[in-house]
Design a binder for this molecule. Sequence first.
Ligand SMILES: Cc1ncc(COP(=O)(O)O)c(C=O)c1O
Length: 399
Amino acid sequence: MADQLADIQERQLLRKRQPVERLPGGRIRVDGVEYHDLSSNDYLDLALDPRVRQAAIDDIEQNGWGAGASPLITGYSPRHAELEAAIARFESTEASILFPSGYASNLGTLSALAGPNDVLFSDARNHASLIDGCRLSKATVVIFDGRRPETLEAELSRQVGFERRFIVSDSVFSMDGDIAPLGDIVSLARRYDALTYIDEAHATGILGSNGRGAAELLGVESLIDIRMGTLSKALGSMGGFVVGDQTLIDWLVNRVRPYIFSTAFPSAAAAAALKGLEIIQAEPQRRQCISILAMNMKTSLQREGFDIHPSSTPIVPVIVGTPQCAVGLVDILRRKGFWTRPIRQPTVPAGTDRIRISLSASHSTQTVESVLAEVLHHGSARSLRGSSPKFDADHPENR
Ligand SMILES: Cc1ncc(COP(=O)(O)O)c(C=O)c1O
């Protein structure tokens, strides 16, 4: 272990934690110093919203904190039931099920759904929780590149003789911020008799006119078989969910191991998520504001030669090409009062090391312009420009 740690330190890939205090107005305090936080997934600034906090406090006063048991024992509270019903209404589906986290939702649901006789077509850029769910299912896993839907079609026509086929994809890719080609995915799924499983973790509350996500934005909600989301990002709470028809949800209650064998998240977290859900529906201006900030920033970066995907999601990757450049740029920004984190291999493919800026409704136009000016000044040196090689699916670290 010590040798491995020394090795990853040498390659500038060592990950370290730092205690961070969250402050109002999109700021944080680290080691006594305050920064603008450009790294959180609390996109709509709800985690510190007084209404969300009060909802949690009121619930704690009534029900205490820990849930005390898994949902099938005594951990499923009236607040969990209320939240499941509210999510199902919001998502226009028959039912929903809550999990301790988004990670557990993907891991548990995929590993329950698919088995050794099935095949899972998984986008190369899928989140680790989808990758791990696919692996745990023991199904055959086939990787495709969603940026070229023809690679999915080629695999769908090549991989035959399985019992069931599933196409699995993020709807918004967490490290790039672009949107998956959901239209192509659902039409290929129909043509090749596959089921679709889509992760809306970074899209719930952000995309679509009602904030239901990328599937709403692209008009394909009713064509997707299973959708999941998380309560831990735009909704400002914790936990994950899957939505679908009642039979699916009843089946998941009986089959998903992280549901059956893990303590439910606290009732107060469900109360906070309920309030978050209410706010995202009542205050669409939050997502409209973030979408404008993101579009403006991405357009400016693209104009200056940065390789980014021009979507209106709040995730803005600044690809610098090496772990050293990513750590260096993070350090420069930190000294200017902006907190970002380097995203390095193997989280992203070797050669596409980056900083990931995530914008939030708490950021003022002035903050965004200031950080943009710093990035353009320090991150756009000629040596860093256009330095992101194409994704290499065969590279061992990318599998
Ligand atoms: C695409 C995606 N899916 C799932 C998750 C897991 O969600 P949670 O943080 O609620 O466990 C994440 C979190 O980073 C994510 O980015």
